[in-house]
Design a protein. Sequence first.
Length: 80
Amino acid sequence: MQNKPETNKDISFEDFKSEVLNDYRIAIISRECSLLGRREVLTGKAKFGIFGDGKEVPQLAWAKAYKNGDWRSGYYRDQT
């Protein structure tokens, strides 16, 4: 994901709506992937799995707030 340079100009409602819907789409895809992976483990098709369900929204907020060069340390088991 590329960080856009920060500007002080306001965005239109349509641009805001588009960004919110895109963030929602990303969160839903991430959650569905976690649920599919968990199902594979629980049915015995996979032996082990660490999933990030429940952390989609904070991760999207981090992605919006962090700038190039910022340092972060996520949860050591987080794979999403």
